[in-house]
Design a protein around this ligand. Sequence first.
Ligand code: DC
Length: 227
Amino acid sequence: MADLIITIDGPAASGKSTVARLLAEKLDASFLDTGAMYRAVTLAAMQAGVDLNDELKLLDIARECEFQFSAGAGKTIICIDNVDVTERIREPEVTANARHIAGVPEVRDELVQMQRQFAADTQRVVTEGRDQGTVVFGDADVKFFLTAEAGERARRRQADLGGKDSNQSLEQIQRAIEERDKSDESRAVGPLKPADDAIVVDTTDLSIDEVVGKLLALVKERCLKSK
Ligand code: DC
């Protein structure tokens, strides 16, 4: 297992991915975007024409497709059976359908195994998602939970989309984010919640650099001295 594991959990569009990637760079650690894994299974199921309520078929997809995750310039490159789907997994339809996949316990088990294997094969890892500190890496060295007000998260998501989904108003984006929060929080398995020992950071009024600086200082203070 990696000798440094940092988990960053939090709701949709709280800045987890960007912060986790930059923190990983600063710590010379691997970065794991677990949301991309749920998105990849979702896209694979959609492409296969599988009924998204058919849990057994979803599990087959998670087991049978070959998912590859590698570090690209500023983002994680995702391939399904050797086809690059990095952009496609961010499409709004995939985003909306991911909750079906995220709610299937056996699919979660499968992805949790992959996440632990990823950490076993690397020395340092910064991993982000919903359940990294609570379920996947209960013994992580430092656990963070990032939050931000829903309105601010909607503005960030709109900026990320960069006009790619200009049909959606800010209000619609915010509503979709709030629906995803509700679905993530009410799930029976791996629900979105801070681990008891997580450090909660409200990023509403902070820039990305400020958040990364804050987290880096906390990691150094809590564990790098002894590593
Ligand atoms: O963080 P994201 O928007 O890329 O996540 C995509 C979906 O996957 C979202 O519906 C939440 C879910 N997810 C999850 O259930 N557990 C994780 N560890 C990561 C993401």
